[in-house]
Design a protein around this ligand. Structure first.
Ligand code: SF4
Length: 87
């Protein structure tokens, strides 16, 4: 995977099984709650952490952690966030 500017981390809360590996690999941006589920820092991943972010994504055993592009001014909802679409 090539690194693109303005990417952020999101967690699929359905797929995540609280292994905590992501927080070990990227403690600068991911902490764990009392149940071991990740709390991801908001905003884009700084370039100096891009390699660590990619490694955390690749290491997630349930493929729950994702890097997604952030477009200017647009909101990217998390995967399976339960938000309803307005048609
Ligand atoms: S490594 Fe994956 S499954 Fe484990 S806590 Fe992080 S996102 Fe969840």
């Amino acid at each position: 995977m090539t690194w693109r500017k303005n990417q952020k981390l999101i967690v699929d809360p359905i797929a995540c099984q609280a292994h905590g590996l992501c927080a070990e690999l990227l403690p600068e941006m991911i902490s764990l709650d009392d149940w071991g589920y990740p709390i991801v820092a908001p905003g884009v991943v700084p370039p100096q952490l891009s390699a660590h972010a990619r490694r955390a994504v690749a290491a997630c055993p349930t493929l729950a952690l994702h890097l997604v592009p952030v477009s200017d001014g647009a909101h990217t909802p998390p995967i399976n966030s339960g938000q309803k679409r307005i048609r």
